[in-house]
Design a protein around this ligand. Structure first.
Ligand code: F6P
Length: 383
């Protein structure tokens, strides 16, 4: 029989873990799964506080079974989080400074064999930067209710965010129909439409607007008028925070250079965007056109809080145990991706700088159109 991981001479002895970017349900469940898989292998686990801040400032808590028991269902992150990047940490003069050296120094001082980073697109980028600059071993896990990390079919937290948004729309349905109102619901998702589309289809929203399909205001208004003509005197309009009109899409600054590489913000012709959310502008217009009272509900951070769904708990347990296994197998420099039913190592260089948007031929888009939902680009069938 071969030696077990803990018997091997080159065995993994210490591992760091951090949670970075916006919080999301399931972070604790992944921390728990990583700890419960690594601790029996004799691995010491350092949980860095507040994302990359803890790595830069050498602030951590030791994690063991006793700290992580009971965490499966707890929202938020016991390690806390921040959006700070090692190469752009807040400086005392109000600017930023590159603290990557301090982050690498902590990794070396604690003699870590690997750092596990749980986060969204930004975290994948920051982690990869440390790999390239410092040659350290990193494994990442894709976290975000936005579901937009490239290289994985799904990110943890998404199912919970989608469930919360769908349940909110279920409640809005009854109040909308009681008052004959148009309810515009503002849903998170950054520049992708996964949350609004998934929750909107699940809740039977009448209109769903996502960034991937620019909308025409008159099409949206006409679809609501059509419902009124058919005696349906209320409507639910699910709007992704990144949704944009056809005109806005046309005037969107080109963010790629001639070689297809993403331009830096300073090199782009930035169009000034109004601070007002899309949902507020839309609601005003729809009220004018339909004559129906219109209300806006912004779900905001409710979508990121509280207990993860059972689907997310299963996913997080799979992500965490596989992150731990990949550490033990020394498969570094990768993100744990979920592809089909499998958890696979996806090289970080394939993940960074890309976003996973909703493909226009996605089954959810087809389903929405088939059931007569207006997606803002054309009138639904049966109109
Ligand atoms: O990435 C998750 C997310 O909740 C997005 O949907 C939203 O655009 C953003 O974070 C909000 O960021 P913050 O937590 O910094 O307000």
């Amino acid at each position: 029989m071969g030696a077990t991981f803990s018997e091997r001479a080159d065995r993994i002895r210490s591992v760091g873990i951090l949670t970075s970017g916006g919080d999301c349900p399931g972070l604790n469940a992944v921390i728990r799964a990583v700890t419960k898989t690594l601790e029996p292998e004799g691995v010491e686990i350092f949980g860095f506080m507040e994302g990359f801040n803890g790595l830069v400032e050498n602030r951590y808590m030791k994690l063991s079974d006793s700290q992580t028991s009971g965490l499966l269902t707890v929202g938020g992150t016991i390690l806390r989080t921040s959006r700070n990047k090692p190469h752009k940490m807040p400086a005392p003069d109000g600017g930023t400074r590159d603290m990557s050296g301090a982050a690498l120094e902590t990794y070396r001082r604690l003699q870590l064999d690997c750092l596990i980073c749980l986060g969204g697109g930004g975290t994948q980028k920051n982690a990869y930067r440390l790999v390239k600059e410092g040659g350290i071993n990193i494994i990442t896990v894709p976290k975000t209710i936005d579901n937009d990390v490239y290289g994985t079919d799904i990110c943890f937290g998404f199912d919970t965010g989608m469930t919360i948004a769908a349940e909110a729309m279920d409640r809005l349905h009854t109040t909308a129909s009681s008052h004959h109102r148009v309810m515009v619901v503002d849903i998170m998702g950054h520049n992708s439409g996964w949350l609004a589309l998934g929750a909107g289809v699940a809740a039977g929203a009448d209109v769903i607007l996502i960034p991937e399909i620019p909308y025409a205001l008159d099409v949206v208004a006409e679809s609501l008028l059509g419902r009124m003509r058919r005696g349906k005197m209320f409507s639910i309009v699910a709007v992704a925070e990144g949704a944009l009109s056809v005109e806005e899409a046309r005037n969107r600054p080109d963010d790629r250079d001639e070689n297809g590489k993403k331009k830096k913000k300073k090199d782009m012709d930035v169009v000034e965007h109004t601070k007002e959310p899309v949902s507020a502008i839309l609601a005003e217009h729809l009220e004018d056109v339909t004559g129906l009272e219109t209300r806006v509900t912004s779900l905001g951070y409710l979508q990121r809080g509280g207990v993860p769904t059972p689907t997310d708990r299963l996913l997080c347990s799979g992500f965490g145990t596989h992150a731990a296994k990949f550490v033990l197998e020394r498969r570094f420099g990768c993100m744990v991706g979920r592809q089909g039913e499998a958890f696979v190592p996806v090289p970080l260089e394939e993940v960074v700088g890309q976003k996973r948007l909703v493909p226009l031929d996605h089954p959810w888009i087809r389903t929405a159109r088939d059931v007569g939902t207006c997606l803002g680009d054309q009138l639904p069938h049966g109109h």
